[in-house]
Design a protein around this ligand. Structure first.
Ligand code: GLN
Length: 531
């Protein structure tokens, strides 16, 4: 196996995940089997308990692992199959080492960062290597060079490279080359210093991915090469992509990145076949149609709903349709009413979420979609919101709610199941990961999927309360998807509406640019009709 380690320098948010994923795209199209892994230096055991405002979306894998959103890029950009082993955190590493220490496994030795923590990090890379049949493993290290927390990971990588041999490992450093307006110049110093930090601990990058707003001219490239001790063909320009993140692999290919990597590894591989990918990018960049979709949100941060935005892009491309997003704060709808924000949009989407902040605004937006015949897609919390709205305004259960928002509601149409009530510990009581479901024949969902058995990823605690099932169905709500035993409601629809569908799961975690999710595809098609 060959190893590529990806580190980041100067500042965060340079898109290491995107760079890693894009390299994965190129190497796969050169016929290589690629696996991707992320090492995160923070002490949380997983991002499941972290606020999306700080950390962005929690990306859920098929096995139920709650992971960093970069794993979403890995799945969307490559065919690699991800499991919990693909996202390692300091929290997990320390947890393992400390429980070994308590068991006495270290036989009285002093337990230290080197070698015990670093050994555990290397074990996690190795363990992963055993379960995948990949030719190349791309391991991304979260954080920025110079962070104290990141040091054990960088030290572990230094040792790892020593063990596997430098011919089998490449260090790729993603860095910033800022343009200083007053000087009219690109500055290489931050990159020089960040690489100097790496070299201090015995790591020498072979490739620099230089994020820049301006083209790197020859002089800048030479300077970076000389001061950072990186051969000039390893200095890769990564300009801000103009329209879409899916342009990124094409840009890196033009810069010769995948060719350079194969050369360094001595891999004889055909050039990456990117014609399909190019077509897709063209569709995204210059679509024939356009729709406007309102997202009723709680978090302004772009990253909080990353996979949803990507899924809409994929579905748009499949419909030859650009998707313009209007992000609307649910709390503003509470204050000003939905009309002001929602009249004129082609579709309304209520995403997942936790807690009661903004819930009433989401309910008002959902009512607006139902009453005005605007295509509606509800995801997870969005299905719970649609259920409450229907109970209140169609079934006349005026005070109905979810016990998440109002524990004393007289009509808890969304509630906790008995078995979940007992598990109080945070993160422990969620329904997580892939669950199968069956669809009602000839429903909207069935039409979209084209078959009646599906498997989708979940991340939630509360469920549709079956006590209210009959009442709601009589009033016109269709339950078009359930768990295999019929006990859990997975999808609801309104047959008397042009397109109104809400799901208890997260379809956004299974959409890929070249395989858009059927529900998103159907939703965009309905929005186009409404437009
Ligand atoms: N808060 C809701 C629940 O836990 C919905 C979760 C979500 O949207 N991911 O059931």
């Amino acid at each position: 196996m060959k190893y590529i380690f990806v580190t980041g320098g100067v500042v965060s948010s340079l898109g290491k995940g995107l760079a890693s994923a894009s390299l994965g795209t190129l190497l796969e199209r050169r016929g290589q089997r690629v696996a991707l892994q992320k090492l995160d230096p923070y002490l949380n055991v997983d991002p499941g308990t972290m606020n999306p405002l700080q950390h962005g979306e929690v990306y859920v894998l098929a096995d139920g692992a709650e992971t960093d959103l970069d794993l979403g890029h890995y799945e969307r950009f490559t065919n690699s199959v991800l499991t919990r082993a693909n996202n390692v955190t300091s929290g997990q590493v320390y947890e393992t080492v400390l429980s070994k220490e308590r068991r006495g496994d270290y036989l009285g030795k002093t337990v230290q960062v080197i070698p015990h923590i670093t050994d555990e990090i290397k074990n996690r890379i190795r363990a992963f290597e055993e379960t995948t049949n990949a030719d190349i493993l791309i391991t991304e290290i979260g954080g920025t060079t110079g962070d104290i927390e990141g040091l054990p990971f960088l030290e572990a990588i230094r040792q790892f490279i020593l063990q596997v041999g430098p011919e089998n490992a490449i260090l790729m450093h993603v860095t910033l080359v800022p343009f200083i307006k007053a000087a009219g110049e690109l500055k290489t110093k931050p990159t020089q210093q960040s690489v100097a930090k790496l070299r201090e601990i015995g790591l020498q990058p072979q490739v620099l991915i230089c994020r820049t707003e301006q083209p790197l001219d020859e002089e800048v490239r030479e300077k970076l090469s000389l001061y950072c001790n990186v051969p000039i063909d390893g200095v890769i320009e990564a300009r801000d992509v103009e329209h879409s993140i899916y342009e990124y692999p094409l840009m890196l290919q033009r810069e010769g990145l995948d060719e350079k990597i194969c050369r360094l590894f001595g891999i004889q591989a055909r050039p990456a076949e990117m014609s399909e990918w190019k077509k897709l990018v063209d569709k995204i960049v210059s679509p024939a149609h356009k729709v406007t979709i309102a997202i009723i949100s709680k978090y302004e941060l772009q990253d909080a709903y990353k996979s949803i935005y990507e899924s809409l892009t994929h579905a748009g491309a499949a419909n030859d349709c650009g998707v313009e997003l209007v992000i609307i704060d649910a709390e503003e709808i509470e204050q000003e009413g939905p009309e002001k924000y929602l009249s004129g949009v082609d579709g309304i989407l209520v995403p997942g979420g936790f807690g009661d902040r903004g819930a009433e605004g989401k309910i008002a937006a959902t009512r607006y979609a139902r009453e005005h015949g605007i295509p509606f897609l509800g995801l997870c919390l969005g299905m719970q919101i649609a259920t409450i709205e229907f109970a209140r305004n169609v079934c006349d259960l005026e005070k109905s709610s979810s016990t998440e928002f109002d524990p004393t509601t007289p009509d808890p149409v969304i509630c906790l199941l008995e078995e979940q009530k007992e598990v109080a510990e945070k993160g422990g009581s969620m329904r997580l990961g892939t669950w199968p479901a069956v669809l009602k024949k000839n429903s909207l969902a069935h039409q979209a999927y084209g078959h009646t058995e599906i498997a989708e990823r979940h991340r939630h605690r509360w469920e549709f309360n079956n006590t209210y099932r009959e009442k709601m169905e009589t009033a016109g709500l269709s339950i078009s998807g359930t768990s295999l035993d019929g006990a859990l409601v997975e999808i609801i629809e309104l047959p008397n509406h042009p397109w109104f569908l809400a799901v208890q799961f997260h379809p956004e975690f299974q959409s890929k640019p070249n395989a858009p999710h059927p529900l998103f595809k159907g939703f965009i098609a309905a929005c186009m009709k409404n437009s």
